[in-house]
Design a protein around this ligand. Structure first.
Ligand code: G6P
Length: 371
């Protein structure tokens, strides 16, 4: 087993390290003659052209990948995108018809709620596209189209490399759809795809800089509560950072949209409370960035210990950071692929310092095939 872990103490740590390859293999071969190609396509081009609404359904970490993808898919396709927990979607009465595309994201392809959401969508005549890491699993078998993530087997119960691969795959679905509905020309699709192809190297760079994050995690390992703040695509990243910390370290952790601070979360801030902030790029979205700086000032003034994930030349962020975690400059929509990594490392290190098995957190299963 030690050999299988490739020198790491836990599979999860190995899987975190494998993220550049997981991303690269997921992207590989999907741009063909200037077009994005899926793996299985039982839908006609006309079916895709007719799509007028998108739902993304998933559970757990895969749901967070969907929340992130919404920003890109809406931006690129101009189609409305709703992201829903599969367990909510299937018991509601969502408005679906043959021009609805339901994108089901699942690492295992066997999650009970996601599978039932797919079945419900199909009953209502919606088209279903699966993003899955497991060849021939039930969800892709029952879907009209499939895009596989090629992250390789994921043993750690808490999803890491599959999460990054799911984001990349969902972005490719967004580009394929933009091409089909005509909101993006071929050269634009190629440009977006090429930007995606640069992310494995960016993730590799982040991975090289994780020792200070591990130190920081050890110093906060006895915290009772950790809060996470983000805006735009950084908001679902904050949710994922909080989920990882709950799953692995059994610490009360919550992610918030920074704009909601004044509507409740700021009441939680007290002296020394660690708050991890995912900073938007200062170049990409200047307004988002300046709003975030003022949010950090507000919590810092109330005693929070601010841990800020930001680009290295972001001086405004550095000025309000008690602790700074640098990440390479990345286009806004792609930032989650790099900003998630320190949060995974943070959670895993806190869990290890507390003496927990990060591969097998208590009460959790890798794949939830019963409700
Ligand atoms: C479980 C796992 C999570 C995973 C979720 C959805 O809760 O512990 O890591 O995100 O199931 O699994 P799926 O296989 O559908 O992606």
């Amino acid at each position: 087993a030690a050999a299988e872990k490739g020198g790491y103490d836990y599979f999860m740590l190995k899987e975190i390290a494998e993220q550049p390859e997981a991303l690269a293999s997921t992207l590989s071969g999907h741009l063909h003659d200037g077009r994005i190609v899926l793996d299985e396509q039982r839908l006609s081009d006309q079916d895709l052209r007719d799509v007028d609404k998108v739902f993304v359904v998933a559970c757990g970490t895969a749901y967070h990948a969907g929340l992130i993808a919404k920003y890109a898919i809406e931006h690129w396709t101009r189609l409305p995108v709703e992201v829903e927990l599969a367990s909510e979607f299937r018991y509601r009465d969502p408005v679906l018809d043959r021009s609805t595309l339901v994108v089901a994201i699942s690492q295992s392809g066997e999650t009970a709620d996601t599978l039932e959401a797919v079945r419900h969508a199909k009953d209502q005549k919606a088209r279903v596209l699966a993003i899955c890491n497991t060849n021939g699993a039930q969800i892709p078998r029952e879907s009209d189209a499939v895009l596989y993530t090629h992250a390789g087997p994921e043993i750690g119960v808490a999803s890491t490399k599959c999460f990054l691969a799911q984001i990349a795959a969902a972005y490719m679905v967004g580009l394929a759809l933009a091409q089909a509905v005509g909101t993006k020309y071929q050269d634009e699709v190629v440009r977006e795809f090429e930007a995606l192809e640069e992310t494995p190297a960016a993730v590799a760079k982040v991975l090289e800089q994780m020792e200070p994050v591990r130190e920081l995690a050890r110093s906060f390992a006895s915290s009772d509560t950790v809060l996470f703040l983000g805006r735009h695509v950084g908001y679902p990243v904050a949710l994922e950072g909080a989920l990882k910390l709950k799953e692995l370290a059994y610490i009360h952790a919550e992610g918030f949209a920074a704009g909601e601070l004044k509507h409740g979360p700021i009441a939680l801030i007290e002296d020394g409370l660690p708050v991890i902030v995912v900073m938007p790029s200062p170049t990409g979205r200047a307004l988002l960035h300046s709003k975030m700086v003022s949010n950090i000032r507000e919590i810092q003034a109330r005693g929070a210990a601010t841990i800020v994930i930001a680009e290295p030349d972001d001086e405004a962020a550095a000025a309000v950071a008690d602790h700074l975690i640098p990440i390479p400059a990345t286009p806004t929509l792609l930032q989650p692929l790099v900003s998630t990594v320190p949060l995974q490392v943070f959670a895993a290190t806190v869990a290890q310092s507390r003496g927990y098995d990060v591969d097998k957190p208590r009460n959790l299963a890798k794949s939830v095939t019963v409700e």
